[in-house]
Design a protein around this ligand. Sequence first.
Ligand code: NAD
Length: 489
Amino acid sequence: MPDLFIDGSWRASGDGGTRDVIDPFTGQAFTAVDEATADDAAAAVAAARRAFDDGAWPSTPVDDRSKILRRTAELLERDKEEIAHTETLDTGKTLAESRIDVDDVAAVFRYYADEVLVDVDRTVDVGRDDVVSRVVHAPVGVCSLIAPWNYPLLQIAWKVAPALGAGCTTVLKPSEVTPLSTVHLVRLLAEAGVPDGVVNLVLGGGPTVGPALTEHDDVDLVSFTGGLATGQRILRAGAESVKRVTVELGGKNPHVVFADADLATAVDLVLTGAFLHSGQVCSAGTRLIVEESIADELVAGVVERARRIRLGSGLDPSSESGPLVSAAHREKVEGYVALGLAEGARLLTGGKRPAAEHLQTGFFYEPTVFDGCDRSMRIVQEETFGPILTVERFRTEAEAVALANDTAYGLAGGVQTADVARGERVAAALRHGTVWINDFGPYVPQAEWGGWGRSGNGRELGPEGLAEYRQSKHVWRNAAPKPADWFTG
Ligand code: NAD
């Protein structure tokens, strides 16, 4: 079956082009998908435009749209094992992580199935008996939804579930590196009853399909998750036609540990925060900021456990972490390690590809810890998006907050302390979109996710994640019309 979905039918590429999909564990192609041309992308946008302007979806009763979201959640659960397996082959992440992703995605569809039913329209008291003033909400229109490779299914779901719930029509573009779970999701959306043209799917490289999705007048909204440089390009691309553009970008996330935190728990949370999914997590806690009095002990604990992380195939249940997503990405990570050494950081562990025989085909990299770091270093300021933890030390709470806020990003941060009041003080002072106190990593569909600073300008999940896809309209009805009598002539 072809892989592009345009106006309700599955199609091959206009020029017959395909792209290999690489298994990061074997380094080999295990399948290929159709690769859209710029014309295919334009056809997908045109189909979404027709479905919005002439189709029934925007005015379909919200109850019916809600039912389709709920049905999609059920279908995701039905196909959970198959989708999780695909996601692991495509991304390299462990099957356990992929299964959690599918569960989370089903939960997001269920959450928005409920949330779209909440009436957000309101009447306004304008102080006049003869006037009814209402603020109502309409879907924004045609939405281009562009996702990255680290959480392919999850990131596209955070966009498409609220967009459909709001009554928008969509063009989905997963990363060219990890397209497969999105193809499966689109099949399920069609099976759940989404009408033709409401969901369209284009696969392919950003430079080829990007202009049709981000510049064209027929697109009303672009929701993008990915790297900072691409996000800046997409913001500029949308400027000419004054689109609504929301971007969810990278992070350089601080993890602050005070001396009164439970040491074993803090070691474990620092380890998970930095090395889950080989650090290929936008909210990874890659900047350890630790109180000086416990720093040596904490860092020794992290290093000792980092060395014991079991790397392997995501399909092997004994693996705790898979490979990096691609050869090119591993080279980028290696470049940052070389940079860290050149900047004078002290390598405590990792800093190389693993030697084990069974890890030679995949794009593996050892969990890496750099001590002796400071904020002047690029490895402390830039997102490496790999298994690299940097260590900085502090003496006072004020110093910890200043370090944690000294980043152009602002996606997420964590603070470990036994002092509840201090945890709350630090959380209030951090300029980041999510703050975890005595934890690191959890999120829920009900709570907004998004960046401050250069981590982005939009919100996903929660009521605000739905509001992105709606626009308000003020309707003023005068029940007793009479002349304005402004002009007297
Ligand atoms: P990327 O910016 O390279 O690509 C993201 C998507 O944009 C891909 O689908 C790509 O094909 C597409 N793209 C590239 N150029 C384009 C163009 N000119 N026009 C339109 N689309 C274009 O990012 P990536 O390497 O896939 O993902 C990693 C990045 O994503 C990291 O920086 C990570 O922090 C970020 N991320 C952020 C969040 C968040 O919630 N803030 C979540 C996950 C990942």
